[in-house]
Ligand binder design. Structure first.
Ligand code: ZN
Length: 453
């Protein structure tokens, strides 16, 4: 009897000490539609996949790329005392019969109205990416002259068009005639933080805010055709750089808010600067999973807390979008930054890749901005991080992340390093590295505030 117990005990022990642990793909028998896939995980002992040695990082982590052919692909993982079989299915794709949607012009223009808040008005008929001209609020009236795929083409002026998703609008009453709107007046107000322009219209019209040489707002479908107002920020502020702006309707009044230059104390540049730190993911939203099984949400929060501490020490007023392992929606994160009047917003994430790419060939930090005004900040931060931590510069890029796009602050999203790259991952899980990372961000912020504002 005792013997049986011992054997059972050994069996249980054995079952818990896997030689290798696969964290991605998350389960067996998955469908992956790419030319290649990868296995991410860790192992205590050498092992092979389909007879080939899997190179192991000193931390035990690995990222191993396998080519996929159409149909079922079987992978046998073998170590001295363990064998696992994975099947990845690549779907057979029928390319015949699919044609890209064509533009269909209507005989006469139709009037639509927006049925949701923050409906993206786009410059091209593509429903993703950095082609957003504005976010339109409910009840803005639009003249539409055609459609392509899932989008309507919105007439904004002579030869000037925008695109809006069909799901964001409804047709107005057939007899409704959308006459051009009247601009009834314009006011200018200043408070401690913002320059505010208030445009009084008799109805809501579509608009676009752009940052070129000058910051400007354009209103379409008004009596003048297009009404535009420039704000020469740099001239007015004596060469200072933009530090966040936004615009939205309150009834039929459009309020254009432009943040005044930050009051930077050159000895203590971060003193009294309102900063929101956003630790990505949380709760049941894990984010990426690292080679050794660590979750992105935990690494993000840990770096965010080190950064909070570092910035507080330097006198900043810091707000966290979450300081615990809880789910936090994207609009809640934006609301925290906007309601606390943060002039800087920093979102902390860890990077991963889609199948088809090789995690061993991608490493280091990338920083994303949406508005041009935040690009110089992203550049200063990436230089500080790569110089201090010696990690790869994986570039500053423009992208349309909701948290970065919807905050009235200088907003960037930092992909700190790649959790699925074994070398990056081994660094990311080290508390010393996380702390040094926070210091590099704080130093970068100080350099930016001193030099640019
Ligand atoms: Zn993330």
């Amino acid at each position: 009897m005792q013997k049986i117990f011992i054997i059972l005990f050994l069996l249980i022990l054995g079952a818990e000490c896997f030689a290798f642990d696969i964290v991605y793909p998350k389960k067996n028998n998955v469908v992956i539609n790419a030319k290649s896939a990868f296995f991410i995980g860790s192992s205590k002992t050498p092992f092979t996949i389909n007879g080939k040695n899997v190179p192991l990082h000193p931390s035990g982590g690995f990222a191993y790329v396998v080519d996929l052919k159409e149909g079922d692909n079987t992978f046998v993982m073998q170590s001295d005392d363990e064998r696992k079989i994975y099947v990845i299915t690549k779907p057979r794709i029928k390319t015949e019969g699919w044609t890209s949607p064509q533009f269909k012009k209507y005989d006469a223009q139709k009037t639509f109205y927006v049925i949701t808040d923050k409906a993206p008005l786009r410059s091209t008929p593509v429903e993703s990416g950095i082609n957003r001209m504005a976010h339109l609020q409910r009840n803005i009236l639009l003249n539409v002259d055609g459609e392509k795929g899932g989008l309507y083409r919105v007439v904004l002026g002579d030869e000037k068009y925008g695109w809006i998703a069909k799901t964001n609008v409804k047709t107005a009453d057939e007899n409704y005639v959308n006459t051009p709107a009247k601009l009834l007046g314009c006011d200018f107000e200043e408070d401690n933080e913002f320059y505010n322009f208030i445009f009084h219209f008799d109805k809501k019209v579509p608009y676009e805010i752009s940052e070129g040489e000058k910051l400007s707002v354009k209103f379409f479908n008004v009596e003048e055709g297009v009404y535009s107002k420039d704000f020469p920020y740099s001239e007015i502020t004596g060469g200072k750089k933009l530090a966040g702006y936004g615009g939205e309707y309150l009834n039929n009044d459009f309020i254009w808010k432009i943040r005044k230059p930050l009051n930077v104390n050159h000895k203590k540049p971060l003193k009294n600067i309102n900063i929101t730190i956003d630790a990505g993911h949380g709760g049941n939203e894990f984010g990426a999973i690292g080679c050794l099984g660590d979750k992105e949400k935990d690494i993000n929060l840990s770096i965010a807390k080190f950064l909070e501490n570092e910035l507080n020490k330097r006198g900043a007023n810091v707000v966290m979008t979450r300081d615990d392992d809880i789910y936090t929606g994207l609009s809640e994160r934006v609301a925290v930054a906007n309601y606390t009047n943060s002039s800087i917003f920093i979102s902390i994430h860890g990077n991963a890749l889609p199948d088809g790419l090789n995690p061993n060939e991608h490493s280091g930090v990338s920083i994303y901005y949406y508005y041009d005004e935040a690009k110089p900040l992203a550049n200063v931060l990436i230089n500080s991080i790569t110089e201090q931590l010696g990690i790869n510069n994986d570039k500053v890029r423009q992208a349309s992340f909701a948290v970065v796009r919807n905050t009235n602050a200088l907003s960037v999203l930092i992909e700190t390093a790649y959790l699925i790259n074994p070398e990056d991952n081994s660094k990311l899980i080290s508390k010393d590295f996380q702390k040094a990372y926070a210091k590099a961000i704080a130093d970068g912020l100080e350099i930016y505030l001193k030099e640019s504002l």
